[in-house]
Design a protein around this ligand. Structure first.
Ligand code: DON
Length: 306
């Protein structure tokens, strides 16, 4: 068990330390709406097994969760279609950038994993099949709201539109997937759903609370079975940071899923759900100070899956 008071004092010191460093990284510039965000921001929230929620910094500020949404979409798809999804998408780290198209030709349109963009387009496509985009998005939002036990979680339409206008790589990926018959819907429909799912905005408080089901903390909603949670954690550990996944595992030692909005959900299974946010990114497109914070928290608490 962790001394919550000591951990809170540590989070306050960490927040001050991060602001003093002035080493924020670069905000994502390929989505105009995200390029506007001030990089000099940091937030952390930690949901503990005893129900407490600790936080420091801008933990009530909403940010674009972007690829962190991919964990929750996959959770919905596993609930809806079970193991069938693995015929269409793999479970191996790609070692390539999150938006890479390189392996897709070599591997005949079956993306390496559900967290790179190509793989997430496939899971979103599976979630969409048989209904309208609005319904598929409602399912993801309902899942997040139930997990976080809070209704005030929404999509930022300006971010979705911004990405729709500039998402040429995703448009290419979706069309390429379609050429291999690995999209069931029209590419525009799958893309529209995907861009809106990525444009969900949350605070670190909300994200840490939503992550409790992946951490399988006591008393949380039974939305996920223990087996599914274990698998999501395995994928987060091996693929959650794209070609930076090995580095994240090495530095933090916990499963994590990043988003290009600067958020990271980090899971200490059975112990805590941690959300960090800082919009400046590192070379891999993952939050620069968010990764640093996760590393410092793991060091302070001793939380590790190893
Ligand atoms: O599809 C994209 O490029 C963005 N909506 C999401 C990418 C992302 O978050 C990568 N993460 N670090």
């Amino acid at each position: 068990t962790v001394d919550a008071q000591a951990l809170q004092a540590f989070l306050d010191r960490l927040t001050a330390d991060i602001h003093a460093r002035h080493d924020w990284g670069e905000v994502a510039n390929y989505i105009p709406e995200l390029a506007k965000v001030d990089p000099a921001q940091f937030a952390v929230s930690i949901a503990l097994a005893d129900g407490r929620l600790l936080h420091a910094g801008a933990s009530a500020r909403r940010f674009s969760i972007q690829s962190v949404s991919k964990v929750f979409t996959l959770a919905c798809v596993l609930g809806r279609h079970g193991e069938q999804i693995w015929t269409r998408v793999g479970r191996e780290p790609s070692g390539t950038r999150f938006d890479s198209i390189l392996l897709l030709e070599q591997e005949k349109g079956r993306p390496r994993n559900p967290f790179i963009n190509a793989g997430a387009l496939v899971t979103t496509d599976a979630l969409l099949t048989g209904r309208a985009p609005r319904e598929a998005l409602s399912e993801v939002l309902a899942f997040l709201r139930e997990a976080a036990e809070e209704d005030d979680i929404h999509i930022d339409p300006a971010v979705a539109l911004s990405e729709e206008r500039t998402g040429f790589r995703n448009i290419a990926l979706a069309n390429y997937l379609k050429s291999f018959d690995n999209l069931q819907n029209a590419p525009e429909l799958t893309l529209g759903t995907y861009f809106h799912q990525c444009a969900i905005e949350m605070t670190t408080d909300q994200l840490a609370r939503a992550g409790r089901i992946i951490a399988q903390l006591p008393g949380v909603s039974p939305l996920l079975t223990a087996e599914k949670a274990r698998r999501l954690n395995a994928l987060m550990m091996t693929c959650g940071h794209y070609d930076g996944s090995g580095d994240f595992a090495f530095r933090v030692g916990l499963p994590g899923k990043s988003g290009v909005g600067g958020g990271i959900l980090v899971i200490a299974p059975g112990v805590a759900s941690i959300a960090v946010w800082s919009p400046g990114l590192n070379l891999y497109g993952n939050s620069h100070m968010g990764t640093y914070a996760a590393e410092q928290i793991a060091k302070f608490t001793g939380w590790s899956v190893f």
